[in-house]
Design a binder for this molecule. Structure first.
Ligand code: NAD
Ligand code: ZN
Ligand code: ZN
Length: 383
């Protein structure tokens, strides 16, 4: 089958790899119809991780069950399903508590597994024609048959739940004001989720014009961090108080406010400034325990200069970590079916799998209005 394979920094290729096969009675094989590229894929693409050449990318996958193992109870050939990016067992201590992003079974020695991701276990990615899904009864979410809402439903694999998770970590409640840093796909989904949860005022900070425009389009207030200190801009619009809640949807690749170099702690510090005393910060943006390409010795070891003193003084609380997609994907699916949510506004490009090399380059450079790319391995859905 054809798959998107990592070659070297800034280079992926589409080539033939072995077809996956059922390895356990509770596996299914899914024929992928839609698979999205994620900001997290860019960390591997840019060569910032230990990802080895040959790895098949893709953790945001939707498709049709092609074959079900003999032990699969709830799924049959022909079912349309979307998989959380987390691979999880469903029966360990963390899964039972709903913390499926930290499954203790699927990736020995590490809490959490994912498809097509370095250090997240042996699971091949779904930017390919076929995907093997382990613990399939637990990991597949059934969708209505047909092709309706394809671009909305594929976002249930990661960014819609992840944006929602940012709001959950920050406990965004009706009537509150929220500052979301980052208007990439995760930031836009966090802003959208804050509005779904009834926030009265949502700011969305970035510098990419097309992304800020999308934030404005959904009813958030765009803030360009290159114009002036974003915390100052937001305080000006909140009677000097700051927002009730804040979400970091940028992570360790944050750019300094002059946009000339990376400053991995800049968003965390901006959030501490932006959020009012006793407010809460949700941090779905990714931070890593080691980053050889980081700008200083501490950051290389995942240690950032964060104003913990100011955070203490303000009595703020913070939640962070991988999204437990399974905790939210069913409810968010039902919002889409009911016509109450349409997250696909974030999708700027739908392309055939063969165009993955161009898609990665465009998304990485944040050019051509590229906010989110969905790849279609099949021909039927290819745009
Ligand atoms: P992205 O790279 O497309 O978006 C990040 C955005 O942040 C960009 O638009 C960039 O211009 C902006 N930005 C950079 N510096 C900034 C600053 N100082 N202030 C405000 N904005 C700034 O990535 P994405 O796909 O939206 O993902 C965002 C983060 O979420 C990444 O770190 C990704 O790895 C992480 N992520 C986490 C989870 C999870 O489960 N926790 C899941 C998916 C993605
Ligand atoms: Zn992702
Ligand atoms: Zn588990």
């Amino acid at each position: 089958m054809k798959a998107v394979v990592y070659e070297k920094p800034f280079s992926v290729t589409v080539r033939d790899v072995d077809d996956p096969r059922i390895q356990h009675p509770n596996d299914v094989l899914v024929r992928v119809t839609s698979t999205a590229i994620c900001g997290s894929d860019l960390h591997m693409y840019e060569g910032r991780t230990a990802a080895e050449p040959g790895i098949v990318f893709g953790h945001e996958n939707l498709g049709i069950v092609e074959e079900a193992g003999s032990g699969v109870a709830s799924l049959a050939e022909g079912d349309r399903v979307v998989m959380p990016f987390n691979v999880a067992c469903g029966f360990c201590k963390n899964c039972l508590a709903g913390e499926t992003g930290f499954c203790l079974t699927v990736n020995p020695g590490f809490a959490g597994g994912a498809y097509g991701y370095v250090a997240m276990g042996p699971y091949k990615g779904g930017q390919a024609e076929l995907l093997r899904v382990p613990f399939a009864d637990f990991n597949c979410l059934k969708l209505p048959p047909g092709e309706q809402h394809e671009a909305d439903f594929v976002l249930l694999a990661d960014i819609f739940p992840t944006g929602y998770h940012g709001c959950e970590l920050a406990q965004v409640s009706p009537g509150e004001s929220v500052a979301v840093y980052g208007a990439g796909p995760v930031g836009l989904m966090a802003a959208y989720s804050a509005l779904l949860r009834g926030a009265s005022m949502v700011f969305c900070v970035d510098r990419v014009p097309e992304r800020l425009a999308k934030a404005g389009q959904i009813g958030a207030i765009p803030v360009d961090f290159t114009e002036d200190d974003p915390a100052v801009q937001i305080k000006r619009q909140t009677k000097g108080e700051g927002t009730d809640k804040g979400v970091d949807a940028v992570g360790y690749q944050a750019q300094a406010h002059d946009a000339r170099h990376e400053e991995p702690g800049v968003v965390l510090n901006a959030l501490v400034e932006t959020v009012r005393p006793t407010g809460r910060l949700g941090v779905p943006g990714l931070y890593v325990p080691s980053d050889p390409g980081a700008p200083d010795e501490h950051a290389k070891r995942g240690r950032l200069l964060v104003s913990i003193g100011k955070m203490f003084e303000k009595g703020q609380k913070m939640g962070t970590g991988q999204c437990n997609v399974k905790r939210y994907n069913r409810q968010l699916r039902d919002l889409i079916i009911a016509g109450r949510a349409e997250p696909s506004f974030v999708v700027s490009h739908e392309l055939p799998l063969d165009q993955a090399p161009e898609a990665y380059e465009m998304f990485d450079k944040r050019i051509e209005g590229c906010t989110k790319v969905v790849l279609h391995p099949g021909h039927a859905l290819a745009a």
